[in-house]
Write a protein that binds this ligand. Sequence first.
Ligand SMILES: Cc1cc2nc3c(=O)[nH]c(=O)nc-3n(C[C@H](O)[C@H](O)[C@H](O)COP(=O)(O)OP(=O)(O)OC[C@H]3O[C@@H](n4cnc5c(N)ncnc54)[C@H](O)[C@@H]3O)c2cc1C
Ligand code: FES
Length: 279
Amino acid sequence: MYKITKSEQLSKNEYDFWIEAPRIAKKAKPGQFVMLRINEMGERIPLTIADTDDSSGKIRLVFQVIGKTTAELGKLTIGDTILDLTGPLGMPTEIKNYGTVMIVGGGVGIAAVFPIIKGLKKAGNRVITILGAKTAELVILQEECRQYSDELIITTDDGTKGMKGLVTDAMEQVIANETINSSWAIGPSMMMKFCTMTAAKYELPLYVSLNPIMIDGTGMCGGCRVTIDGSIKFACVDGPEFKGTEVNWDEFISRMKQYKTEEETCLVDYQKVQVINRG
Ligand SMILES: Cc1cc2nc3c(=O)[nH]c(=O)nc-3n(C[C@H](O)[C@H](O)[C@H](O)COP(=O)(O)OP(=O)(O)OC[C@H]3O[C@@H](n4cnc5c(N)ncnc54)[C@H](O)[C@@H]3O)c2cc1C
Ligand code: FES
């Protein structure tokens, strides 16, 4: 059992948890994730390790409520426990001194870029961070990201914070003014696809973190299959980080929609049970 020691609601649908998991906290590296199962009746879901505190043996998970399991998770609070937490899983980000790096985080993907920003800053890079969201209240972990960034640019679709526009507009500005040696973009699939296209125009290497549906997280079920440079890879063990230009985006985006009907039915059924239990 893994105890939640800190819980904060970041926005209407986003939560920030610190959880006691000493062995994971000791080993986790930027880019890695955990698979968690709330209780015996639950499915396993992957969540990025957004931060660790090795001295207190805790890990940080930041998540968005989008379906049944994340809705159940969002109902937990300090003192509650999670049944299974497996990790750290996945290949870590290659942290080294590249020179100047550009890191782009979109929506809840900001939670996944934060440990990469921190790792790259500690490795001596000049870090330029772009955070984008639909609206001001969805720009999460802003102060944490600022602490490890030499420059921080915020974009919102509606202009309620920072620059009005998309993260790719900010990328264009940065690329016009700086020599960037490597870059990362993590967020919704469509954002990562367009960030890849923007970076490719300038022959700038850009890495993305793919978030396909995962079942076991250990390379055995094949659920997270993605096509990278024409070969089949499993995002859980070969990734989740890949070079953006090598990802077959059309296939990836179409596979993400594969269980949409079942997921919607599951959430509606869960919400009905919640209403019955309340009333
Ligand atoms: C390696 C990895 C790391 C991740 N890290 C985080 C994280 O740090 N924070 C976070 O909020 N989420 C993260 N995700 C996504 C998270 O796993 C899903 O949001 C979660 O599994 C959804 O479960 P659910 O039962 O609540 O929703 P479901 O009922 O499974 O899905 C509901 C809706 O969400 C969409 N969806 C389902 N799975 C995903 C997915 N993997 N990515 C995007 N949309 C999805 C579906 O199309 C559907 O419309 C990560 C995914 C991966 C693979
Ligand atoms: S989640 Fe099963 S192989 Fe990756």
